[in-house]
Design a protein around this ligand. Sequence first.
Ligand code: FAD
Length: 321
Amino acid sequence: MQELPSVTSQIAKSDKTLFSFEILPPLKGQHFEHIQQAVEPLMDFKPAFVNVTYHQEEFEYKQLANGLLEKKTVRKRPGTVGIAAALMYRYHANVVPHIICGGFTREETENALIDLHFLGVKNLLVVRGDPQASVKYFQAEPGGHSHALDLVKQVQNLNQGKYLEEDLLNSTPTNFCIGVAGYPEKHMESPNLESDLQHLKAKIDAGAAYIVTQMFFDNQKYFNFVERCRAAGIDVPIIAGIKPVSVLSHLHKLPQTFHIDLPEPLVKELKHCKNNQAVRELGVEWAVMQAKELIQKKTPVLHFYTMGRSDNIKKIAETVF
Ligand code: FAD
């Protein structure tokens, strides 16, 4: 099989804004067709790459007949590596599996990277991972990484042929192109924008080659972020993450979950929506408006968060790509 291109080489070769999207592995028990329904309509727009998120295990408590609680570990969305391989095989998609710190020891991470290397995966998005639903703050696995920076360093070591076993003979270097997450409105745990920016710069200095932003609904936040990054000496491509609003509850849930602002004009229009269908239409309209301006200002890639459904992303892509 031909080697897949790096995200950065695709950007360098294109004089147009590229299209890409992110999918979530389906909930446990669902068939691959579930993913196909979301992915297939978007393949017509020739995505430069397709990201597949990673979800760590969660703890659940089940009440037993004797009244005691049993702690159970469940992985609700397994299959990131399998989905990535299936998308490569079926659509020749340039997949970007996400690699996370949460739930992984260094050894498990190394083994996962070896699997991805054997599969021919070229690009990774390296993130720390969200805290598990049952805890407030992120907890690293014993023997794992606490910050995405350390995971970037581990991948970079592998890219130089440095495995965890230092005396490994004839080790083959990998050649992963590493992306990391950036937050135009600041990561929720960061005390301020500047401190967040310095941590982002450390990931770039350690070898990350591009940034994918958290979703934003006000383009000015993205433009300001790019400007701050450039002033701090971060000169890698900054890919814009876009999520069209699609249900009424997004009005509260998006700010609550992602710690982002919804601009007042969008909030006003959302409040006038009578049902989720109206919100979905508004979401498309707003994202098209964002996309047109971002393209006009030569943003390298518009990266759409599908959350498992793609009819709205298809409408946006039909209008702007
Ligand atoms: P980090 O870069 O480690 O930063 C986390 C926080 O720690 C920040 O506040 C940062 O400023 C601070 N920090 C960084 N380094 C240090 C340090 N050395 N000392 C002190 N503070 C430090 N989550 C998933 O579970 N699965 C996914 O697939 C996934 N994909 C994502 C894709 C994108 C594009 C984005 C934007 C987010 C994604 N997330 C995913 C969510 C992400 O895991 C969370 O936002 C997480 O809380 C932070 O991840 P990070 O990689 O930015 O972490």
